[in-house]
Design a protein around this ligand. Structure first.
Ligand SMILES: Nc1ncnc2c1ncn2[C@@H]1O[C@H](COP(=O)(O)OP(=O)(O)O)[C@@H](O)[C@H]1O
Ligand SMILES: [Mg+2]
Length: 283
């Protein structure tokens, strides 16, 4: 997760090239591959719990920097899709890749932030917001548990982005459900992931908190270079936040149109471990 360049930066004329235009015009050999590597790719994936098929021949590609909303009724397989994406469940058939690497061999988990589906506010945890966010770096801190300057800056940055910086010393048990959810998303962002996966981020929060959360996620989408996959059982809840909406229906994944408010009904049907501790987990 890096800040996106501003429009001005991306629109610099050729004359502003700091190399003075002397750079080799041939792009580096790795550039085309990097451009085409998806953050997340499902290729004809089938998954079943015991004998109940939950994912049927699912193909999905989430490009780097892209935001995809996954909608669908309760029980349609959305959470299962995410657990398969993160290597927490193994498909019977097909392949899943994270940044071009089969999820079974993927080890770069700081690049993936995950906020699991929650039943409601977790009022039992007696720690501060800042401690919750720090804990996202648990595997990366030094021997005495000290954060580097850069890590402290990142903690501050993600708390600002998620609107919880003012609550940093407050115990999470005193927060509303929406504030807790934003703290957990900040925790998932603290490793500066290139892919953020949110399972029903608004399910346990009230309407006002949902609005604030949407604003924070909209900010992320426009200002940070992070691909996002949101899950929602509410087709209207998140569609406006996504570049693309896909819908789970009885195990099949269908294209449900462009995001940004255009949620045309499904039509062009697309066929549809814990390595090194697993993804940054904010549960
Ligand atoms: N651990 C499990 N064992 C057996 N069946 C499960 C398990 N988890 C989910 N299921 C079933 O798989 C289906 C899809 O569940 P899930 O992926 O949680 O759906 P969603 O997130 O869309 O509500 C449901 O029928 C659910 O009952
Ligand atoms: Mg679910």
């Amino acid at each position: 997760m890096r800040r996106r360049p501003s429009q001005q930066e991306t629109d610099l004329p050729a004359a502003a090239d700091p190399t003075g235009g002397e750079a080799d015009e041939t792009p580096p050999a790795t550039a085309p591959a990097a451009a085409s590597t998806a953050a997340l790719a499902f290729d004809h994936v089938t998954f079943a719990y015991q004998r109940q098929a939950v994912l049927c021949d699912v193909t999905l590609r989430v490009a780097c920097g892209e935001t995809v909303a996954v909608v669908g009724a309760n029980g349609s397989g959305k959470t299962t899709l995410i657990k398969v994406a993160l290597g927490l469940l193994q498909p019977a058939r097909g392949t899943v890749r994270l940044f071009g690497t089969a999820v079974t061999r993927f080890a770069d988990w700081p690049r993936v932030g995950y906020v699991p589906q929650r039943a409601g506010p977790d009022a039992a945890v007696p720690v501060s917001v800042q401690e919750v966010v720090h804990s996202g770096l648990a595997r990366q801190v030094g021997p005495l548990g000290r954060l580097s300057r850069a890590q402290r800056d990142t903690v501050d940055h993600v708390m600002e982005v998620m609107g919880v910086a003012g609550l940093r010393r407050q115990s999470v048990r005193t927060l509303s459900g929406g504030q807790q959810q934003r703290a957990l998303i900040a925790r998932a962002l603290v490793t500066e992931p290139d892919l953020l996966v949110l399972d029903e981020p608004t399910s346990a929060v009230d309407a006002e908190a949902r609005h604030t959360l949407r604003e924070s996620l909209e900010h992320l989408r426009h200002h940070e270079q992070v691909a996002m996959v949101y899950i929602s059982h509410d087709p209207h809840g998140f569609a406006g936040l996504a570049d693309r909406v896909v819908e789970m229906q009885a195990g099949h994944l269908r294209d449900a149109g462009a995001g940004d408010g255009d949620t045309a009904p499904a039509h062009n049907a697309a066929p549809g471990h814990e390595p090194r501790g697993g993804p940054a987990h904010a549960g």
